[in-house]
Design a protein around this ligand. Structure first.
Ligand code: B12
Ligand code: SF4
Length: 505
């Protein structure tokens, strides 16, 4: 069977495609877990953001797929619908399967007959997809494939739930990077790839989709497999690797073993990026940070979430960000930031501002923390992604003010608080963040001077889009620039020059 797997071109504010184009980890894993006789091609459309329609047309002409699979996040819904309709017009007999966070947690958004989706894979997809392709290939029914919704006439039928795969047992085969049809992945000029070392998390932060997606569990790939995977990525040109685990710091001893294994395998000349919790990083202190640096870690995304206790309680992120000691419960964010920076790593600060109880001062306190202590701000607003406890809470309290999922990109404030308008919170974040991003430029220059020399103007223009000469000389207020920025952002979301099949529904 000929299969084409696509990820969507939509990007969000903190990962501008001029500088950051990261491959989707799901697609290579799906491709690696298919039976080898199928012809599979992967296209991350983020690599073709300015020419999506032409690229899709070329891919369809070149690969003539029987089955097209799309990986979709909630804010990419409208784009995915257009891509499906475009492909249907080019090859009417193609079948569509969709997976990822949005189809898994909001399948009802994908069942409309005008959309023409045939299969929805729920949760982890590697084995479900393999079994689905086998069934299609052999003309067998779908009802015994766990983790699936399939179209039967005008209806969708749901098969039983699929348990998360046991990674230790080798249930999941290595990714197939050779299937990629497009090139150009980058992290500020260095080729980047993604590697998984574990899946899952046992915390339950209220804003996070992970628990609803796969239950409360944590499974680890064997370290040898991870090292082979890193080597494969490196041999294919990667000089930067993002470990995309949901929560690698859940087992910090294993994370240390992984760092040692990277060093022993001589793979520590690669730049690594990882996301982690503050408390374990702070608790392990200098020993862990020094080891991480030796292993090649450069950027650490810290899930700080919020520096105020009452907000952490709302986000249900207090336990993972604090430790209990003689002085009581202490927030470990600053200790984690300091130890990482002391050892030469750069901190991407994940913060969430705009919780229902937030006042101007609480937002300002978090922005000030970011200004002082993080290298790249990754500040978001609470966003009601399907299936999360926070979404249920917001809905019950009538606090969701924007029901357009394409705006659920994390930096558009779509929920209301008790004291602040969403637009006000968004304005405060937008205004503060632009300058924090400019401040990071020298660090990037020291590491990748050529990239900065070639792209600095475009990067600054992107960060400050909406600015005019009038605003620079003070003839226009920041509010007007902000409104222009928002209008530009809205236009940017039209990634595919093709009508949305559900626009009239
Ligand atoms: C790594 C990561 C990133 C990275 C890398 C993104 C990339 N290019 O892959 C970065 C930091 C850049 C990122 C950014 C964003 N992310 Co992110 N990210 C993750 C994270 C931590 C892991 C995703 C991953 O790679 N997992 C490994 C792969 C193998 O697993 P998987 O994606 O789940 O895929 C499996 C199944 O979903 C399924 N599947 C997936 N696609 C398909 C397709 C088909 C056809 C089939 C059959 C099956 C299938 O099978 C796969 C294999 O088992 C998750 C989850 C988490 N704990 O927070 C969030 C998560 C996916 N991100 C999310 C969001 C919202 C974003 C952002 C919009 C904002 C943000 N919160 O940072 C941006 C937008 C990115 C963009 N395009 O501009 C949300 C999505 C929620 C939703 N309902 O849409 C998540 C779930 C976090 C959350 N808030 O709960 N992200
Ligand atoms: S610790 Fe991270 S992965 Fe785990 S529930 Fe919280 S945000 Fe999600």
């Amino acid at each position: 069977m000929r299969i084409l797997l696509l990820s969507m071109p939509d990007s969000f504010e903190h990962t501008p495609t001029i500088a950051i184009r990261i491959p989707n980890g799901a697609l290579v894993s799906l491709a690696g877990n298919l039976d080898p006789h199928h012809q599979v091609a992967i296209a991350d459309l983020i690599l073709a953001q300015s020419s999506v329609r032409r690229t899709v047309e070329q891919l369809i002409a070149q690969h003539r797929p029987d089955l097209v699979g799309l990986s979709v996040m909630t804010f990419q819904r409208a784009t995915a619908r257009r891509v499906i309709a475009l492909i249907r017009s080019l090859k009417p007999d193609v079948r569509f399967v969709i997976g990822g966070y949005d189809p898994s947690l909001a399948p009802e958004a994908w069942t409309h007959p005008d959309l023409g989706v045939d299969f929805i894979v729920r949760g982890e997809g590697d084995i479900t997809f393999r079994e689905l392709v086998r069934a299609l290939d052999e003309g067998r029914p779908f009802d015994d494939i766990a983790g699936l919704l399939y179209r039967d006439g005008d209806e969708f039928r749901k098969t039983p739930h699929r348990e998360a795969a046991r990674l230790e047992r080798g249930d999941i085969r290595p990714p197939n990077r050779a299937a990629r049809a497009l090139s150009g992945y980058t992290l500020m000029g260095r080729p980047i790839d993604v590697v998984e070392t574990s899946r899952g998390c046992t915390f339950d932060c209220s804003f996070c989709s992970i628990i609803e997606m796969r239950g409360r569990n944590f499974f680890r790939f064997p370290i040898d497999r991870v090292i082979d995977d890193i080597r494969d990525a490196r041999d294919r040109g990667a000089r930067s690797i993002f470990l995309v685990d949901d929560n690698i710091t859940l087992d910090v001893e294993r994370f240390e073993s992984l760092c040692h294994a990277i060093i022993d395998a001589g793979l520590n000349r690669i730049d690594y990026l990882v996301q982690g919790m503050t408390a374990p990083i702070a608790s392990r202190g200098d020993a862990l940070a020094a080891l991480m640096r030796r292993a090649g870690f450069r950027y650490v995304f810290l899930g700080i979430e919020n520096v105020l206790d009452e907000d952490l309680v709302f986000l249900k992120a207090r336990a993972k960000n604090s430790r209990v000691n003689a002085a009581g419960r202490t927030n470990m964010s600053l200790a984690a930031v300091n130890v990482l920076r002391r050892h030469g790593m750069l901190v991407v600060g994940g913060l969430i501002v705009g919780s229902p109880g937030d006042r101007r001062e609480s937002v300002a306190a978090n922005l000030e923390f970011a200004r002082q202590h993080v290298d790249w701000p990754y500040i978001q607003h609470p966003t009601p992604y399907p299936g999360t406890p926070m979404t249920r809470d917001f809905e019950q309290r009538g606090l969701v003010v924007n029901s357009q999922p394409e705006e659920y990109d994390g930096t558009t404030a779509v929920t209301r608080g008790e004291h602040l308008d969403p637009e006000e919170v968004e304005f405060m974040r937008w205004k503060a963040e632009r300058w924090m991003k400019v401040r990071h430029m020298p660090a990037v220059f020291r590491h990748d001077p050529l990239f900065v020399l070639r792209n600095a103007t475009r990067m600054i223009a992107h960060t400050f889009r909406g600015t005019s000469w009038r605003s620079v000389v003070g003839l226009e207020k920041d509010r007007e620039v902000f409104q222009r920025y928002r209008a530009i952002r809205r236009r940017e979301r039209q990634y595919v020059d093709w009508p949305d099949p559900l626009a009239s529904s």
